[in-house]
Ligand binder design. Structure first.
Ligand code: URA
Length: 364
């Protein structure tokens, strides 16, 4: 587990801090990000409280904006020179405890010189800084996250730590959905399933995945094995995943239809109405941070489910655009992507898909 402490001055960098916090929550658990120690009760020793909070973190991010060095209090004294300044206390504490400190420069601020800092935080000036700009925000944050990971030696698979008990309970819940699908005799495709001796295809992957993909429908390869995306489209999907250092086992894969239709055609409204409640259940159990839809049908399902203003837009308008929204369990993003099968017919689409996949790096 990695805990991140965000040290900042509201007047100096508030706009950036909110955005940064949103990005960090995609990589770290909300409870592992400390900011605004606002629960200090009357009578409590705030110096001690801050000490404890800093002691509990692995990394302190010191956000430095253009006014950071000079901001004064009501009487004209520089805040940084006051013994009880929160920003100074937190940084001094992290230095004493030899915590990793990453200065983050925002609003074109420069790194202060040691001579401009009180002695107890002067060593901050020697730390290598990361710069965040509004224009390249996602790119810069990615650099920052990589710096945190490198420094505390966290590998991507362990960033979102799962309590083993919780994982078991999610796996059991997924099994219950699978059993219901197997027994779904009312499905418009059930007869074809049994006539063709096919398997239904619920989905596959990590029960606590942060990234979930929703495709269109299983094909012959999939219904012969019961596994999603195991034919040519699956090969493209795997290549794209590998391009962002992910494996199939790191994510969860499913489809808006879970049985194969007798002929190659688009899903019907009846089929979608029958199978998408199963997808709803998968989402409720897995609770991913991002849902990447593959193709038009999965995209429409998510946009309508969430009643998003984009629901009347086309995939050529929306592909590669992260849409931030809320589900009953918290904040999520939807990322519409072209279906990997498109790449099989039009090679030039591969680069577009590859580029759009880069957006998922924020959630690894
Ligand atoms: N395989 C799947 O599982 N889904 C698709 O949409 C295509 C191929």
């Amino acid at each position: 587990m990695s805990r991140v402490f965000i040290n900042y001055r509201r007047q100096d960098s508030e706009g950036y801090v909110g955005r940064l916090y949103d990005h960090l929550t995609q990589h770290f658990k909300r409870d592992d990000i400390f900011m605004d120690i606002d629960s200090i009760k009357p009578g409590e020793d705030f110096v001690e409280m801050l000490e404890n909070a800093v002691a509990a973190c692995d990394v302190l991010i010191a956000i430095i904006g253009p006014q950071w060095l000079e901001i004064t209090d009501g009487t004209g004294n520089r805040r940084l020179d006051e013994w009880n300044d929160f920003v100074r206390l937190e940084i001094a504490n992290a230095i004493r405890r030899k915590k990793l400190i990453i200065p983050v420069l925002v609003g074109q601020a420069r790194m202060p010189a040691p001579k401009d800092l009180p002695e107890d935080i002067a060593p901050l000036a020697r730390r290598n800084a990361v710069e965040l700009s509004h224009q390249r925000f996602a790119y810069d944050v990615e650099k920052l996250i990589n710096a945190i990971r490198d420094a505390i030696n966290v590998d991507s698979s362990s960033v979102r730590t799962t309590d083993p008990e919780e994982l078991r309970s999610k796996e059991a819940a997924l099994k219950a959905v699978r059993d219901d699908l197997v027994n779904a005799t009312a499905s418009p495709l059930y007869k074809f399933r049994t006539d063709s001796r096919s398997f239904p295809v619920l989905g596959e992957g990590y029960a606590d995945a942060n990234i979930m993909f929703i495709g269109e429908a299983p094909g012959k390869n999939e219904t012969e094995t019961g596994k999603p995306f195991c034919g040519p489209s699956g090969d493209v999907l795997e290549e794209m995943l590998n391009g962002i250092s992910l494996k199939r086992e790191d994510v969860y894969l499913t489809n808006v239809l879970m049985d194969r239709a007798p002929e190659k055609r688009e899903p019907t409204p009846q089929e979608l109405a029958f199978y998408t409640p199963f997808v709803d259940r998968l989402i409720d159990i897995i609770q991913p941070g991002v849902i990447a839809t593959l193709g038009r049908f999965a995209m429409w399902y998510m946009l309508k489910k969430l009643d998003l203003p984009e629901k009347r837009m086309t995939i050529s308008q929306l592909h590669g655009k992260l849409i931030k929204t809320q589900l009953n369990y918290g904040e999520i993003h939807v990322l519409p992507l072209y279906h990997p099968a498109v790449v099989l017919y039009t090679a030039s689409q591969k680069e577009i898909l590859r580029k759009d996949f880069q957006k998922l790096k924020l959630f690894i």
